[in-house]
Design a protein. Structure first.
Lengths: 134, 289
């Protein structure tokens, strides 16, 4: 019997479960390698060659080179890993959230200072589907 | 005999560490975050704790995806702050009470909690930020005022251990501490949270009402609180809010009856709601046992 993934109807959210962990393994291992300076330097000198050491999919590789932050999550990346790639680009967690939400840094920061994103209307996918229709 | 006298719940937002390391805690953005910890530092000092048992999670720093232990107990002599991608935090190396940690490891496994033993380990902001918050500024050449036994919990790859499992692990840690002969005052920290989501299109989620009921029920209703299902954390408190399961380890290690002596809550620190609570075992109850 399949596992009950009761968290899949949360909108705008990936739950990094064992299936995602499997799909994203090489991508995430690449990302974490960047926490060490010698690896950051090697990667920055020649990104494409550095990526050859990781047998990730063509889509994952492209998303890395394009810094397509949401695509990286869609392809099995986890935020704590992808944030290492962002950090190498000088992007911190809050700036990264500004990019992933499409809000931009200023608007995102203002939302947080004003108390953050309310859970109201943001708990279930059907609430977002309804918003899209209107 | 070693004894656990109090528990601390505390967020471990990395930006809090960065603010301290850069000396910008008095800026208007940060001032309300740190104001709420002033009383905590006085309290911490007055405890004269010998050992902190510190429950935290690693953020894909020391543990990569190749090995994901659910509970990893630090048994090494010391734990250096790790480079998380922007250089190690300039704070002291954390020193262990190694004999005590070995005792706890053995006791926990015989008590049917199959923890992983870490004889070498670095630690990330999940551990060092709560230390900085509770003990104030310390440089690399300083020493922390007490020893630390780290317990690293997987909350990154779903599923984290259940709140119930964490609460019962807290009980087992209490039994392990109670059976150690050295006279030691132990304070247990549960860290992480509160509501926050760092990723994807719903990033920035904060749920003050949910956080407040969590803080309230730690004192009044801890057993039912520990049975909160994962999906509720994820939906109500954000995908990274599930870190709060670690607070149940802290709560489980205390007496059933506790007294809240301090609380602090502020939004935001970067992407996160900062939550903090100090709980003490009710002294008369402790005597009666």
């Amino acid at each position: 019997m399949a596992l009950n993934k009761d968290y899949e109807d949360i909108p705008g959210t990936f739950v990094f479960d064992a299936d995602r962990g499997r799909e994203g393994y090489q991508l995430n291992q690449f990302c974490i390698s960047l926490r060490l300076k010698k690896n950051r330097d090697t990667f920055t000198a020649d990104e494409a060659t550095y990526l050859n050491s990781y047998s990730m999919t063509a889509e994952q590789r492209e998303a890395v080179l394009d810094r397509d932050w949401n695509r990286l999550l869609e392809l099995g990346g986890n935020i704590y890993y992808t944030s290492k790639l962002a950090a190498n680009d000088g992007i911190n967690f809050q700036q990264l959230a500004g990019l992933m939400t499409g809000m931009g840094n200023e608007a995102y920061r203002e939302m947080m200072v004003a108390g953050g994103r309310s859970p109201d209307g943001n708990r279930y996918q059907h609430e977002w589907d309804k918003k899209d229709k209107n | 005999m070693a004894r656990i006298t109090a528990g601390v719940g505390c967020s471990h937002v990395p930006a809090i560490g960065v603010a301290m390391d850069q000396g910008i805690t008095e800026q208007p953005y940060w001032e309300p975050v740190f104001d709420g910890f002033e009383k905590s530092r006085e309290w911490m000092k007055a405890q004269n704790a010998d050992v902190i048992f510190l429950v935290y999670n690693d953020h894909c720093t020391v543990f990569d995806a190749s090995c994901i232990p659910t509970f990893a107990l630090g048994c090494a002599p010391e734990f250096a702050p790790a480079d998380e991608g922007w250089g190690p935090r300039p704070v002291p190396v954390v020193k262990n009470h190694q004999v005590f940690a070995s005792h706890i490891a053995q006791s926990l496994i015989l008590d049917e909690f199959d923890i992983t033993i870490m004889n070498e380990m670095e630690v990330d902001h999940g551990l060092t930020v709560p230390m900085s918050v509770m003990f104030g500024d310390k440089g690399v050449d300083d020493e922390w005022p007490c020893l630390v036994i780290p317990l690293c919990v997987n909350v990154v790859q779903y599923p984290a251990p259940t709140g119930n499992r964490c609460y019962n692990l807290g009980k087992a840690i209490r039994r392990a501490v109670d059976s150690f002969d050295e006279d030691l005052n132990v304070v247990i920290f549960g860290t992480g949270g509160m509501s926050h989501q760092l990723q994807y299109k719903r990033a920035g989620l904060i749920n003050k009402e949910w956080d407040k009921q969590f803080l309230d029920r730690l004192t009044t209703d801890p057993v039912a609180l520990s049975k909160t299902p994962h999906v509720e954390y994820l939906r109500e408190a954000g995908s990274e809010g599930v870190e709060m399961v670690m607070w149940h380890v802290m709560r489980g290690a205390l007496d059933d009856a506790v007294e809240e002596v301090h609380r602090h809550y502020h939004v935001p620190a970067s992407n996160t709601a900062v939550g903090h609570i100090i709980l003490e075992n009710k002294k008369d109850q402790g005597e009666a046992k």
